[in-house]
Design a binder for this molecule. Structure first.
Ligand SMILES: [Zn+2]
Ligand SMILES: [Zn+2]
Length: 315
């Protein structure tokens, strides 16, 4: 099969063997989405050799349970061992022996086929298009914030960053009824938010020490600085982006102001699919371009240009 292969920071579309199902489900990929994590993998921020990609919609071709064959599915990306302390304690996304689709120890979704444990798969509701369902994984990551933080409708919530993930975080946070403002860099990002009735704010207009909850989704030191300065004492800072390298910061203000810092990663798929089914989150306006898998290297370059929203691949 054809697949987007990463090795020593070099991307290529090449022939690789169709993965052996080996007790798991074999899925034919219909569409996959390029994520910021893919770009970071290609830049060498994580050590990985193999097929990248973890956001997809596909059709089950082989399955240990025949009832799944032919199902249109999305898949959770962490494959857990089921036996370690984290798994047994109900924290499977933190499994110590996990493999992660297209990120760690497991070939990914920018390919004609992938395999995942059946327990990772979720059927896509009929009313949800492939183009919308391919966003399930990042929407789940946005939903994870609500799993972690009790956002009150009376809260002032600031979101710093309105890129691929930030847009989805904004749509999910808007559902809480909180007073939400989003710091967006590019005009196209502002327009997408405006189309959803979500208000933006210029960095210079962010009142310092006034916001109850601040979500940082830029992954940049300047975004972090703005986010930290905006928080009121005893506020909550949610880190929704990974940081390349290190960030230098004075910790004393966090102690004095009794700030809660929360790291936030993968979230639950079932509520993400419900939000899509009900139309409460609509990611399709974020699609910038769709490329054939054969042109995946070019697609990755396009996705890496500043301000580019979602790039999709079709095998
Ligand atoms: Zn992703
Ligand atoms: Zn485990």
């Amino acid at each position: 099969m054809r697949a987007l292969w990463l090795e020593d920071r070099v991307l290529s579309v090449r022939d690789v063997p169709v993965p052996a199902a080996d007790g798991e489900a074999l899925v034919r990929v219909v569409v996959s989405g390029v994520c910021g994590t893919d770009l970071e993998l290609a830049r060498g921020y994580y050590p990985f050799t193999g097929v990248i990609g973890h956001e997809f919609v596909g059709e089950v071709i082989e399955s240990p349970d025949p009832a799944w064959i032919g199902a249109r599915v999305v898949g959770e990306i962490n494959a857990e061992c089921g036996g370690c302390e984290a798994c047994r304690a109900g924290r499977p996304t933190h499994c110590e022996d996990r493999t992660v689709l297209g990120i760690a120890g497991r070939d990914g979704a920018h390919a004609e086929y992938l395999r995942l444990p059946l327990s990772n798969l979720h059927r896509v509701p009929d009313g949800v298009s492939d183009e919308a369902a391919v966003f399930t994984e990042p929407i789940a990551a946005a939903v994870e914030i609500l799993q972690q933080v009790h956002v009150l409708p009376t809260d002032r919530v600031l979101l710093v960053g309105a890129g691929r993930l930030g847009q989805l975080v904004a749509q999910v946070l808007a559902l809480t009824g909180a007073r939400l403002r989003v710091v967006a860099k590019h005009d196209a990002q502002k327009a997408l938010l405006a189309a959803r009735g979500i208000e933006t704010i210029e960095p210079g207009d962010v009142e310092p020490r006034r916001w109850d909850i601040v979500v940082e989704a830029t992954g940049s030191p300047s975004g972090f600085e703005l986010a930290a300065a905006a928080l009121r004492p005893r506020g909550t800072l949610v880190l929704k982006s990974t940081y390349r390298g290190e960030i230098t910061l004075a910790l004393a203000p966090f102690v004095v102001d009794e700030i809660t810092i929360i790291g936030s990663r993968c979230g639950p798929f079932a509520p993400a699919l419900r939000l899509l089914e009900r139309g409460e989150v609509d990611p399709t306006a974020l699609i910038a371009e769709t490329y054939p898998l054969e042109r995946a290297v070019e697609a990755m370059e396009a996705a890496g240009r500043p301000g580019t929203m979602k790039v999709l691949l079709r095998p």
